[in-house]
Design a protein. Structure first.
Length: 366
C-alpha cells in the first residue's frame, strides 16, 4: 500500500485516476480548488483537501513527509473555446506555472518517492501540425518550440521545470503528454468541455442539426479515459522518465467525430459547419480552432514500455454518449423561444411552452 497524493483530483482525469488508485488499495489524498462534480469523494480518495495550489502554504501542508507518489494534474485549462480565444492566456500561464513551481519545489524538499507530471500535446510546434492528414507529433519534434497557445507554452516550460529538478535534485519524475482524453464523469457543458463531450451533448440536445466549429476537416485523435489511466500506471512502473505521448493513433476529422455521435444516437441530424464572419456575427469572436491536424505518435511508448491502445474510438464514444445523454435528460433548461412569446422548458428531454419570462439561457438542476 502506497501513500499517494493526486493534485487536481477534482478534475476529470484526476478523479478517474484517484478512483483506480484507491481501488488498488492505496491511501489516496486529493487536493483541488473544487469538489469533484460527479464522483463521491469517498469513492475516489481517503482524504479530500479543498485548497488553492497557487498558494505555497497550501502545497506545503498537502505534500507531507513520507509520500510515495504525487500525481500533478492541477492546471488552468479547458476546451478550444477557453484556450484559443486569447481571453484567458494570462490566467492560464500564471495559474498553472505557479502551481507547478510550488509543487515541484515541495516534492523535492519532502523527498517524494516519485512524481508524475501531466503535460499535453498542445506543446507541439504549430508548424508541424498544419497538414490535417499528416501531423508530426513525435516526441523528438518538440524543438524548435512553437506551440499554438499559451497553454502549450506553459506545458513546455513545466516539462523543463520537472526535468531540471530531476537533474539537479534527483527528483524521480515521469512526464506524459496527453492527447485529448475523454469519457464519462467529466465536464460536458459550460465552455470548458472537450470535443467528444461537446459533440455528444449537442447531439443529445438536438433533433435536427449539429453545429461544428470550423470546416470540420481539422483532425484529432482521442483516447478513452480507462486507457489513459492504464498507460499512466505502466509509465510510473517503468524506468522511463519521458516525456512520452499518451494517446490514440486513430485520427479522425472533427466532422467524422460529430457523425460518430449522430450514428450512436440513431437520430436524423445534419452537420452544419460554422466559421469565418458567420461565426463572428453569431458569437462575437473569431472561431477558435487550434492546429489543423494532431495525432498521437505512440512508437516511443511502445518501444520503451510496451503498451498499446486496446479499443477503438467508437467504443469510448458509445459509453460517453450514453452518460452525457443521461445528464442532458436529467437537467432542466430554460431558454427564450424565437417568437419571444413563450419560453421553452426542456425537462427530461421533453419540451413544453409556458408564459414568457425574462430568465433566458439558464440551466439549473432538476
Amino acid at each position: 500500500m502506497k501513500k499517494i497524493i493526486v493534485l487536481g483530483g477534482g478534475g476529470f482525469i484526476g478523479g478517474h485516476l484517484s478512483k483506480r488508485l484507491k481501488e488498488n488499495g492505496n491511501t489516496v489524498t486529493i487536493c483541488d480548488i473544487k469538489n469533484h462534480e460527479f464522483f463521491n469523494h469517498s469513492d475516489i480518495c481517503d482524504n479530500f483537501i479543498k485548497g488553492d495550489l497557487r498558494d505555497p502554504k497550501i502545497v506545503e501542508q498537502v505534500i507531507t513527509d513520507g509520500i510515495d507518489e504525487v500525481y500533478q494534474l492541477a492546471a488552468d485549462m479547458g476546451g478550444a473555446g477557453y484556450i484559443f480565444t486569447g481571453d484567458n492566456d494570462a490566467n492560464v500561464m500564471h495559474n498553472s506555472a505557479l502551481i507547478n513551481l510550488n509543487v515541484v519545489h515541495e516534492c523535492a524538499k519532502k523527498k517524494v518517492g516519485k512524481v508524475f507530471y501531466s503535460s499535453s500535446a498542445c506543446m507541439y510546434p504549430e508548424h508541424n501540425q498544419l497538414d490535417p492528414k499528416n501531423p508530426n507529433c513525435q516526441e523528438s519534434s518538440a524543438y524548435p518550440a512553437n506551440p499554438d497557445s499559451e497553454y502549450g507554452w506553459e506545458k513546455l516550460f513545466s516539462e523543463r521545470l520537472f526535468l531540471s529538478f530531476n537533474r539537479n535534485y534527483e527528483l524521480d519524475v515521469r512526464i506524459a503528454r496527453f492527447h485529448n482524453i475523454f469519457g464519462p464523469m467529466g465536464t460536458w457543458t459550460g465552455g470548458k468541455e472537450k470535443a467528444p463531450a461537446a459533440m455528444c451533448r449537442k447531439v443529445s440536445e438536438t433533433e435536427n442539426t449539429l453545429e461544428v466549429w470550423g470546416d470540420g476537416n481539422q483532425t484529432r485523435s482521442f483516447l478513452f479515459i480507462d486507457e489513459c489511466i492504464t498507460a499512466i500506471f505502466k509509465l510510473m512502473e517503468s524506468d522511463f522518465i519521458g516525456p512520452v505521448n499518451i494517446g490514440s493513433e486513430e485520427m479522425v476529422t472533427i466532422n467524422q467525430l460529430g457523425q460518430m455521435a449522430i450514428d450512436i444516437s440513431e437520430k436524423d441530424v445534419k452537420i452544419i459547419n460554422i466559421y469565418g464572419q458567420e461565426f463572428i456575427d453569431k458569437y462575437g469572436f473569431e472561431c477558435p480552432l487550434g492546429v489543423r491536424g494532431r495525432n498521437s505518435d505512440n512508437k516511443l511508448y511502445k518501444d520503451k514500455i510496451g503498451w498499446e491502445v486496446s479499443q477503438p474510438l467508437i467504443d469510448g464514444m458509445k459509453k460517453t454518449y450514453q452518460w452525457i445523454d443521461e445528464q442532458v435528460n436529467n437537467k432542466t433548461y430554460i431558454y427564450e423561444s424565437p417568437d419571444k412569446g413563450n419560453t421553452i422548458y426542456r425537462r427530461n428531454g421533453k419540451k413544453r411552452r409556458i408564459g414568457y419570462t425574462k430568465i433566458t439561457k439558464k440551466r439549473f438542476n432538476k
